[in-house]
Design a protein around this ligand. Structure first.
Ligand code: FAD
Length: 500
């Protein structure tokens, strides 16, 4: 099959390479050139598991090494990245520094890995995307940059199948007239962002923070404020990617908006007041997009071309990699995807876009009360930690077609939608207590990591002891779970690759 992949972000380049490895004739078209600045940087355990599966199935050993911080720095020290040990959240109030109040601190830390070696990473996308393009070229993909692609280009190239990996560029949406379904989305936020040099560490700006399960800064850090939230992703070379997601615009030019928000929240001012933007601070009034279809006869879109909700919970990279796995499976044995496979792909992406949107929109509603927000976050952590543990103890390529974020799961599938409804109706203190109890009950049958536990005061380590206690939740005996522990600790699985 002759395939065109339009867009050479990491996702387009990686899919193009996989298709080439499968024996297809692949052209990768990029309107810009590499290296280039991009955001969307924080990976997760599910993203890394997908990278490892792709590595194993298609013999891409670089993907295996890029799936853990320790392996990455050993093999690719020149590709810049940051250590990500977990998800850190704080709630800030206008005019007041972040208050350390012991067990009552509005602080939530959820560890995603047991140590630095197997930890997740923040991807400096300029370097990582460039790496994936070079690897695609080395595999034999016909890469053409500075290409303004049109339907005529594709006709001239005589392609049988087109993958739209143009992200928010929306190549196929424009050329095929795929309608927008933005009105379906509940999440609404603008983005004010850049990369910064000289941002301070939280532990230096907030004295007296009790030790958590990992150092607070080495994480995807989320600062929740009245206007929305700020992400802060630190790279190992000292640069920080940061951006405010704003429910409503703040007056002024982007630099003024940035300054004004830092002034309003003293701890954010302490963290970023002296930091220098490496690129002009930019503002986009709305970052969500959503289309009516993700696939049709002769074409498919990768998730970021089809829909984007919000960076909250770092869903984009993992979702994109899952979709790459699905499309790659459809193209094995030198064939084009069948119509029913594309229908299935389209339906799954649609359900997953809704699921992310419900979860994130609920989290925005919950932001006004940190205890509600923390409860809503537990739905995300229950879904991803259950999926992660299952994938680690029973690895299988069928995972590609399982729903992302609990889609299709009889226990968790309906929870994000129901939680959004409940949050909309939670008005009194009793409603809020009921909501927290409801979350705890709703995730119980998937809660393999001891989430929603008031006794830990918002500090969740990776606790394999809890996991062993909950072996029945995974349908496993205590003994079989104990024998699977090396896989859960992230023991080196290179042997699986060399066996390929
Ligand atoms: C503010 C923000 C923060 C995010 N944070 C996270 C995060 O922390 N973790 C996470 O997992 N995800 C995050 N995401 C999502 C993440 O950015 C995406 O999932 C990811 O970038 C998708 O990669 P991609 O390769 O599909 O697309 P992109 O990275 O968008 O690449 C698209 C490529 O297509 C090219 N292109 C566009 N139009 C055309 C055209 N017409 N012809 C040819 N080429 C074209 C572009 O030049 C670009 O190179 C974030 C997104 C945003 C907006």
């Amino acid at each position: 099959m002759r395939v065109a992949v339009v867009g050479s972000g990491f996702a387009g380049s990686l899919l193009a390479r996989v298709l080439k490895v499968q024996g297809h004739d692949v052209v990768l078209l990029e309107r810009g050139t590499h290296p280039r600045f991009a955001i969307g940087e924080s990976s997760t355990p599910l993203a890394n598991l997908a990278l490892e599966r792709l590595a194993r199935r298609y013999g891409l050993d670089d993907c295996y090494d890029l799936a853990a911080h320790g392996r990455w720095i050993k093999r690719f020290p020149e590709l810049r990245r940051g250590l990500k040990r977990g998800f850190t959240f704080y709630r800030h109030h206008p005019g007041r520094p972040f208050a350390v109040q012991g067990a009552r601190s509005e602080r939530l830390l959820v560890a995603a890995s047991p140590n630095d070696h197997v930890a997740d990473t923040h991807w400096l996308r300029a370097d990582v995307d460039h790496h994936f393009v070079r690897a695609a070229i080395a595999a034999g993909v016909d890469y053409r940059d500075r290409s303004e692609v049109t339907p005529e280009t594709l006709k001239r190239l005589k392609v049988d199948f087109t993958v739209d990996a143009s992200g928010a560029g929306g190549f196929l949406a424009r050329h095929l007239g795929v309608p927008s379904h933005l009105e379906r989305m509940h999440t609404r936020a603008g983005l004010l962002f850049s990369h910064f040099d000289g941002a301070r560490l939280i532990r230096n700006a907030v004295p007296g923070l009790p030790a958590g399960p990992y150092p607070d800064d080495w994480a995807a850090v989320h600062h929740v404020i009245e206007e929305g939230w700020l992400y802060s992703l630190r790279f190992d070379h000292g640069v920080t990617s940061a951006g405010f997601l704003l429910k409503q615009s703040v007056a002024g030019a982007p630099e003024e908006m940035w300054r004004c928000l830092l002034q309003r929240y003293p701890t954010l001012g302490a963290l970023f007041g002296d930091a220098k933007p490496l690129f002009p601070i930019a503002y986009e009034p709305r970052i969500q997009h959503r289309l009516a279809h993700a696939a049709g006869r002769g074409w498919a879109m990768l998730p970021h071309a089809y829909a984007f909700v919000d960076p909250l919970f770092s869903t984009g990279i993992a979702w994109s990699l899952r979709a790459i796995e699905r499309l790659a499976l459809c193209c094995e044995h030198a064939r084009a995807p069948r119509e029913q496979e594309l229908t299935r792909y389209d339906a799954l992406l649609s359900a997953e876009a809704d699921q992310i949107d419900w979860l994130v929109a609920g989290a925005y509603l919950a932001m006004s009360r940190f205890e509600l927000f923390a409860a809503q976050a537990m739905i995300y952590f229950a879904a991803v930690s259950f999926a992660e543990v299952r994938q680690r103890v029973a690895p299988s390529d069928d995972v590609a077609w399982s729903g992302f974020l609990g889609v299709g799961d009889r226990v968790l599938g309906g929870v994000p939608r129901a939680s959004l409804w409940r949050l909309r109706h939670a008005r009194t203190p009793q409603d809020r207590r009921d909501f927290i109890d409801w979350v705890t009950r709703s995730i119980a049958a998937r809660n393999v990591c001891g989430l929603a536990n008031p006794a830990v005061h918002g500090l969740y380590p990776v606790d394999l002891g809890v996991l062993v206690q909950r072996h029945a939740t995974l349908g496993m005996s205590r003994e079989s779970l104990i024998s699977a522990l090396p896989a859960l600790r992230g023991a080196d699985r290179r042997s699986l690759i060399s066996d390929h």
